[in-house]
Design a protein around this ligand. Structure first.
Ligand code: B1M
Length: 209
């Protein structure tokens, strides 16, 4: 672990209080906010996920690591979200029912805000009915669904089906670790992206189409 960056180590160990200062050091060294997310924070979560899989750590440790990651994202959010002119499109986003993971979804929301979309974030564990209510209320151009668990992939399928059935025309983008382009196509989503960066490209190309 000696070659692991101190910020990545602080995330994996859940040392939340050290995180703001370490983020500032990375920025002072010339790293961009996006590269800090990609090269310092996400690798920390990958290490945490691997350890959890091997039963070396358990849910509480995963939770403190997630809190430390959120602390870092709090520092970086203003840089990830560039101030733009009045947004032309609205996007509704949430993590599907049964799923409490929100770090990836929050990153996608930040990137979409940065791309000048008005983002309505419904949070985690969002039932299909809540997505439909938001779609009817905000009339968004885009809906984003996130799922991190294989067990919540069926909820994503049901949510897409329910949004289609409500009759409001909207483009749906799905993503999250277990989601593939093939699954997205199978459940009738319009778009899929592997990460928060490509979620912007996907959103932009769907909005232009
Ligand atoms: Co959970 N967890 N977790 N967890 N957790 C995973 C996902 C897991 C892979 C760990 C493992 O076993 N290796 C595993 C899932 C296995 C599976 O289903 N195949 C798992 C499990 C099993 C569980 C529990 C069931 C554990 C238990 O209780 N026994 C439980 C489930 C709770 C629930 O949701 N009902 C659970 C709980 C938790 C915590 C609450 C402790 C915590 C979440 C805290 C939080 O989010 N606020 C947690 C964490 C932190 C993780 C890991 C370690 C990290 C997730 C993360 O934030 N990654 C994760 C292992 C891992 O991912 N390596 C794991 C960083 C984040 C930036 O990446 O979320 O993938 P990610 O988002 C990416 C892309 O996926 C994509 O872009 C993002 C940014 O680039 N993306 C989208 C995501 N959403 C998108 C939407 C889009 C487009 C792209 O369009 C709309």
């Amino acid at each position: 672990m000696s070659d692991v960056h101190p910020l990545t180590l602080a995330i994996t160990a859940g040392r939340r209080k050290e995180v703001p200062e370490l983020v500032k050091q990375c920025l002072a060294a010339g790293e961009t906010a996006a590269s800090i997310v990609e090269n310092r924070l996400v690798p920390g979560m990958m290490i945490v996920g691997e350890r959890f899989k091997k039963n070396e750590i358990f849910v509480p440790e995963m939770l403190v690591a997630a809190r430390a990651m959120k602390e870092a994202l709090k520092e970086l959010e203003p840089m990830l979200v560039a101030a733009g002119v009045k947004p032309e499109h609205t996007a509704v986003i949430g993590t599907v029912e049964g799923d409490l993971h929100d770090i990836g979804k929050n990153l996608v929301a930040m990137m979409w805000k940065g791309a000048n979309l008005e983002v309505v974030d419904l949070g985690v564990n969002v039932p299909a009915a809540k997505f439909i209510a938001a779609v009817q209320q905000h009339k968004p151009s885009l809906v984003g669904l996130s799922s991190l668990l294989t067990t919540t992939m069926p909820a994503m399928r049901e949510t897409v089906k329910a949004i289609r059935a409500c009759g409001v025309p909207v483009k749906i983008v799905v993503g999250g670790a277990p989601i593939t382009r093939e699954f997205a196509r199978e459940i009738g989503a319009d778009g899929y992206s592997l990460d928060a960066g490509s979620a912007v490209d996907e959103a932009m190309s769907l909005l232009k189409a």
